[in-house]
Design a protein around this ligand. Sequence first.
Ligand code: SF4
Length: 282
Amino acid sequence: MSKLKIAELFYSIQGEGRYMGVPSVFLRTFGCNFKCAGFGMSRGEVSHEATDLAATHTMIRAFEKYEDLPLVSTGCDSYASWHPDFKDLSPMLETNAIVHRIMKILPHRRWEDEHLVITGGEPLLGWQRAYPDLLDHDSMHRLKEITFETNGTQPLSPEFKEYLLKWRAQREITFSVSAKLPGSGERWEEAICPEVVCEYERVGYTYLKLVVATEQDLADAEQAVLEYRTAGFTGPVYVMPVGGVERVYTLNNRTVAEMAMRKGWRYSDRLQVPLFKNEWGT
Ligand code: SF4
C-alpha cells in the first residue's frame, strides 16, 4: 500500500483556473522544490514571514495543527506544505486512509459532480508512484475529473505517464501549470521548463496560470509564453492576481483583469480570497 504525506485534505469550491466554481476535494501533498519568497515583495527582496514562523514553531512548537497557522501576506501562501520545520503537521497516510477521509467529506459520501484537485507544495515532486494506488481504489472509480496543480518543473515518470494515459480514456485530466515568473523569487532557468509542460499537454488538458502584479511581471509573462509557444505548447494562458490575503488581492485584481484583456489571455480570479478569506481548508 502506497503512502502520501498530506498537508491538507478538504472540500471547497475551486477558486482558480478552468474549474473555478466547481465543488472540489483538495488533496495538498507535502514538499516543494521551490520557496517563492519573492511574492508580494519588491524585486530582489525576499519575504521572511514563513521562516520567522518556522523558527517560532521549532523553538516552542507553536502550532498544534495545520489550521492553527497564520496566513501570510508575502511569499508562498501555502508555506507549511513544504517548509521542513512544519513537516510534523503533515501526516504520512496510506492511500486507503486518504480515500476513507475523502469519502467522509464528500456531501453524498461518493463522487458525483465533484472534481479532485491534487495540489501542493509540488504534487508531482515525490508522489507520482503513489497516485495509481489512490486512484485505483474502488471508491474512486466514479471520479471523472482530476487536476494536478503544479509549478510545471517536474517531468512525468514513464510509468506514471502510461498510467495517466489509460486513466484518461474515459475521464478528464487537467494540468494547471502555475509557472513561477521572476517575481516569485525563483530563477528563470529552473522555473520555466517548456519541454516538461509540452509533455503534460500530451497527457491531459494543460494551461498556464501566471501570477502577475506589475508591468514587469507582465513582460516576464510574455517572454515565458513565447518560450512555451516556441516549444510547441498550445494551451490557454491565464493571468491571476497576486494575493493570498484580501488586502493584497483587491489591490491588483482589476489591474490584472485589464492586463488579460490587453493580451487576449484569460483572467483567473482567486475566489477563495473574497469568498473565504483564503482560510486553511478553502
Ligand atoms: S511552487 Fe507553489 S507551493 Fe511551491 S513554494 Fe512556490 S507557490 Fe509555494
